[in-house]
Write a protein of this length. Structure first.
Length: 139
């Protein structure tokens, strides 16, 4: 599912493929909805048990790139302005699957650079987010 989405398949296409291959949903239903697939693609609870972190992150980047398109009344699809201004390419693209906050690039005291949920960075133990992973920045 994640790889098909990254490769350009729409939520509707993935829905049709799952149903054609008689894959039942998590609830056991033979029918899938686009919203269920969309939520699954955004949900980090499947990392690293069912999918690798790299695949999950790639799906989040693809989701963001797709939502950065607006269809005009004439059918044209110009890009909206991006919502981030950092010089880092991932700023504003990584979103915490647990709480919905953006990830932020931070440098730990030991010099290691990681991406962390901004809510968790700002609120620490008071954060709603308890299980968001830190992602190593491999520059």
């Amino acid at each position: 599912m994640y790889q098909r989405y990254i490769d350009g398949a729409s939520l509707g296409t993935i829905t049709n493929e799952l149903e054609a291959n008689q894959v039942t949903s998590l609830s056991g239903s033979p029918k899938w909805s686009r919203s269920v697939i969309d939520k699954m693609l955004s949900n980090g609870k499947y990392v690293p048990y069912a999918i690798p972190m790299e695949l999950f992150v790639a799906a989040q980047i693809e989701k963001d790139s797709r939502t950065n398109i607006h269809i005009n009344s004439d059918g044209s699809t110009p890009r909206k302005t991006t919502r981030y201004s950092s010089q880092n390419v991932l700023s504003g693209l990584l979103v915490c699957a647990e709480c919905g906050s953006n990830y932020r690039r931070i440098t730990r005291l030991n010099g290691e650079v990681v991406w962390r949920c901004s809510d968790r960075v700002e609120k620490g133990k008071q954060s709603v987010c308890k299980y968001s992973p830190s992602i190593a920045d491999r520059n």
